[in-house]
Design a protein around this ligand. Structure first.
Ligand code: BG6
Length: 468
């Protein structure tokens, strides 16, 4: 590229506690809802979790964090997005006191990052909550969970807000609608849950998000708190006006969540949707007041775009991460059927910026693929040119969006080190610049190896994107 990304652009990577740490029952931690989905979000809920499953040890970031952070530093990371495991801090969720060993672990991680000048970005709830809150309280369907989350968030802000600037409340909060146990600890599939119950849980999460935004700002006015949505934009399948209207509805499944976080109230279109679908939720005056505590920035994940059609017979599904939609004939797809659309990220950035004029942060993007570890000049590596071309094409489109005038704070690629996949709970689906020797059967040495993309990303960061 001729020009470079802004000097202050925050380059880095993103991981989640339940997919990387392992140590599922160590130092006082108890089960999380993520442990109860041993075969991924479309598999059965298993309580108690089985004896063996991949996330139990994951890639053992809990014991390897120093080694891993050193490698991130070698690539030149400016920021690492981590999530905090709620049950590591409040093992049951309704405990009166936090678990000091859990708090200490994240102090260690944040301090280790700081040693290399890497900022931490914290997600407070990345697809997990203490399992006890799901089994005993019904997850987020229960209003009491708001208080438990407030207490947890307050504990985190008091402990870390002097050293962590960027905070996110719920990972991909819009996915609660599609995977209710994964997102909100509701013990049922999306199709089985009564819509009023589902939207009540969503409402509780939205109130909790606004409430902890208020708490965070009052504890430290200098921190930046954002929302996080799964950002797969919709395209109309054809120019048929009915497809366009369908696209508008589908996009609102995502935009509703950002609208509430940014504007501090429900958008009018939701009231029509609730009325037409016989959805009743309890929204108190105090809830309405709390929702007014809006976010400082918007973050999103981007893996793919989707097509919307009004034609009920058109049923060529493209499975996404959690959602599925009609296949776009112009796009290729990954080995897991995720359609690859670099221009979609430029579109998504413009869509959100035109609507909100708030800074944006891309906190997930990447390609899940099968990697072959090979020996080259006596060293092990992976020739992941496919990953380099995916990421390179997306970064070039992000650059275009910046040229369009969009304020982009940074980019954290998903899974800079291989971690357990969320949707299918496999090690075979790898995203990293760093290969971890661990496999679907649970075997492996946990050794780390640099892939070809490791040096590529290092160069991208070192040149502020000029090498793209
Ligand atoms: C996002 C999630 O939806 O996609 C991550 O926030 C997840 O937790 C990522 O890992 C990629 O999905 P998967 O299923 O390939 O791991």
């Amino acid at each position: 590229m001729q020009k470079s990304f802004p000097k202050e652009f925050l380059w880095g990577g993103a991981i989640a506690a339940n997919q990387s740490e392992g140590a599922a029952l160590e130092d006082g931690k108890k089960w999380s809802t993520a442990d109860a989905l041993p075969t991924g979000i479309f598999g059965n809920i298993v309580i108690p979790p089985p004896e063996n499953y991949l996330k139990k040890e994951a890639v053992d970031f809990y014991h390897h964090y120093k080694e891993d952070i050193k490698l991130f530093a070698e690539m030149g990371f400016k920021i690492l997005r981590i999530s905090i495991s709620w049950p590591r801090i409040f093992p049951n969720g309704d405990d009166t006191e936090p678990n000091e060993a859990g708090l200490q672990f994240y102090d260690n991680v944040i301090d280790e990052l700081a040693k290399y000048g890497i900022e931490a970005m914290i997600t407070m709830s990345h697809y997990e909550m203490p399992l006890h809150l799901a089994t005993e309280y019904g997850g987020w369907t229960n209003r009491k969970v708001i208080q438990f989350f407030e207490k947890y968030a307050e504990t985190l802000f008091k402990r870390y807000s002097h050293k962590v600037k960027y905070w996110l409340t719920f990972n991909e909060i819009n996915m609660t609608l599609h995977a209710p146990f994964n997102g909100a600890g509701i013990m049922a599939d999306a199709e089985e849950v009564d819509k009023s119950v589902l939207y009540q849980a969503v409402h509780h999460q939205l109130v909790a998000s606004a409430s902890v935004t208020k708490i965070g700002h009052s504890i430290n006015p200098n921190i930046q708190i954002g929302c996080m949505v799964a950002g797969g934009p919709m395209y109309p399948m054809t120019p048929n006006p009915s497809d366009m209207i369908e696209m508008m509805h589908k996009d609102r499944n995502t935009l509703f969540f950002a609208d509430v976080h940014v504007r501090g109230k429900y958008p009018n279109y939701m009231f029509r949707y609730f009325a037409e679908n016989d959805i009743q939720i309890e929204m108190t005056d105090s809830d309405k007041e709390i929702l007014k505590n809006t976010v400082d920035f918007i973050s999103f994940s981007y893996y793919m775009s989707y097509c919307a059609t009004a034609d009920e017979d058109l049923n060529i599904q493209s499975r996404g991460n959690i959602m599925s939609a009609v296949k776009n004939p112009y796009l290729e797809e990954s080995e897991w059927g995720w359609q690859i659309d670099p221009q979609g990220i430029r579109y998504m950035l413009n869509l959100l910026y035109d609507r909100y004029q708030l800074p944006l942060f891309i906190v997930e993007n990447g390609l899940g693929a099968v990697d072959d570890l090979i020996e080259k000049n006596g060293e092990f590596t992976v020739n992941d040119d496919y990953r380099i071309s995916y990421l390179s094409a997306h970064l070039q489109q992000i650059y275009e969006a910046i040229e369009d005038g969009v304020e982009v704070l940074g980019y954290t690629s998903w899974g800079p080190i291989d971690i357990v996949s969320n949707s299918v709970c496999e090690m075979r689906k790898r995203y990293g610049f760093i290969y971890v020797d661990r496999h679907n059967d649970g075997l492996g040495s946990f050794k780390r190896y640099k892939k070809k993309s490791f040096d590529w990303y290092k160069e991208v960061i070192a040149t502020d994107g000029k090498s793209l």
